[in-house]
Design a protein around this ligand. Structure first.
Ligand SMILES: NC(=O)c1ccc[n+]([C@@H]2O[C@H](COP(=O)([O-])OP(=O)(O)OC[C@H]3O[C@@H](n4cnc5c(N)ncnc54)[C@H](OP(=O)(O)O)[C@@H]3O)[C@@H](O)[C@H]2O)c1
Length: 340
């Protein structure tokens, strides 16, 4: 019997619209004992990501929903506390997908050992992890930025967007960021080195975006949808490429909500007459590029060309509110929860 307690955050209800704290339950359970071939993991960091809103919903999607009463899903960085697995030793730090809890068992499937000397281990959830890889693969494979072209990305201070703009710069393109509020905008321009930044909350946002893109837009990396997409769409140049990565402005929409007039005919006309390429993707489909990503991203970080910001929330019990705030744009940088 193990004296430690496993704190877990379970999905209590499926939200319709914005999630609330009542959609989550915090409970405690016994820490499980690893069997032969298993390791016991203590979670150090939990990643909070927009896709988790989709897992709370039963609507058909590319991945199965979290069941009611089950532990919320999520990427984690963990320490091996007990090993009965030949490939892992006590004290190893690993990337795992253990969810919103403080301990978990694993049979080793999908675990990746991390080197704490190479980079802060939390970066395996951000700039050197899934979000950084999403930016790299989506931008380079679908966006294909060329030197001198204009690349626009929203949620530009966040985990994915911050890397998109910096990688665009590394490839010789002009990076224009869109972010919410003066503090995030200043960070994107002054710290990350984007060429221009526009605040999507400004009343004249569409005019400001047009002024920031005097040569139009060649690559729009779509992270948000909504009003941002409407301002971007008329500025797309012939042969522009649009990797559709996320639509966070819509994730909390209520079922059956209709956001206004039917824009599809006009959108299709421009896709045709401007020869646009609009392509959705889920990062996992580019998994064969991960090795190149780890190598290149680590080098860019070492050279100071790929910077990152983490927003660290203390304590697993604060994960639900931090997640609710993420969907409201209240995070500033890659959102992670320090669990232990
Ligand atoms: N396709 C894939 O495989 C894949 C993988 C990872 C992530 N994604 C997607 O990539 C996007 C960014 O994810 P992330 O992890 O990097 O999150 P993040 O940017 O770190 O955080 C989310 C940000 O979205 C912005 N936002 C929220 N509501 C908005 C709205 N209504 N209009 C405009 N901006 C809004 C906020 O920034 P501001 O305050 O600056 O507006 C907020 O801080 C998400 O859509 C996510 O679902 C897709």
């Amino acid at each position: 019997m193990n004296a430690r307690t496993n704190r877990r955050i379970l999905l209590a209800a499926r939200p319709d619209g914005e999630p609330t704290p009542a959609d989550f339950t915090i409970d405690t359970a016994e820490v499980p004992e690893p069997g032969e071939g298993q390791v016991l993991l203590e979670i150090l960091y939990l990643s909070l990501d927009p896709y988790m809103r989709g897992r709370m919903s039963a609507a058909k999607s590319y991945a199965a929903p979290v069941e009611i009463g089950a532990v919320m899903e999520g990427g984690t960085v963990a320490r091996v506390v007990t090993s009965r697995h030949p490939d892992f030793a006590e004290g190893d730090i690993v990337l795992s997908h253990s969810g919103w809890q403080s301990y978990a068992l694993s049979d080793g499937t999908g675990l990746r050992k991390l080197d704490p000397a190479a980079a802060p281990v939390s970066t395996a959830l951000g700039v050197l992890g899934m979000p950084g890889f999403t930016a790299y693969a989506g931008l380079l494979t679908i966006g294909k930025p060329k030197p001198g072209e204009t690349v626009v990305v929203a949620a530009a201070s966040g985990a994915v967007g911050s890397a998109v703009g910096q990688i665009a710069k590394i490839k010789g393109a002009r990076a224009v960021g869109i972010a919410g509020g003066p503090e995030k905008c200043a960070f994107v321009r002054d710290e990350l080195g984007f060429d221009a930044v526009v605040d999507h909350r400004a009343p004249d946002f569409a005019e400001q975006l047009k002024a920031a893109c005097p040569d139009g837009i060649d690559v729009y990396f779509e992270n948000v949808g909504g009003a941002v997409w409407e301002a971007v769409f008329p500025l797309l140049n012939p042969y522009a490429r649009v990797p559709v990565c996320g639509l966070i402005a819509h994730y909390n929409e209520k079922a059956g909500s209709n956001t206004g007039r039917d824009r599809l005919p006009g959108t299709m006309r421009d896709i045709l007459t401007k020869s646009l390429t609009i392509r959705g993707f889920i990062q996992i489909e580019f998994a064969d590029q991960r090795r190149d990503f780890y190598r290149e991203a680590a080098q860019w970080i070492a050279e100071g060309r790929l910077k990152y910001k983490e927003d660290v929330v203390e304590g697993l019990e604060n994960a639900p509110n931090a997640f609710i705030d993420l969907l409201r744009g209240r995070n500033f940088g890659k959102l992670v929860v320090k669990v232990a």
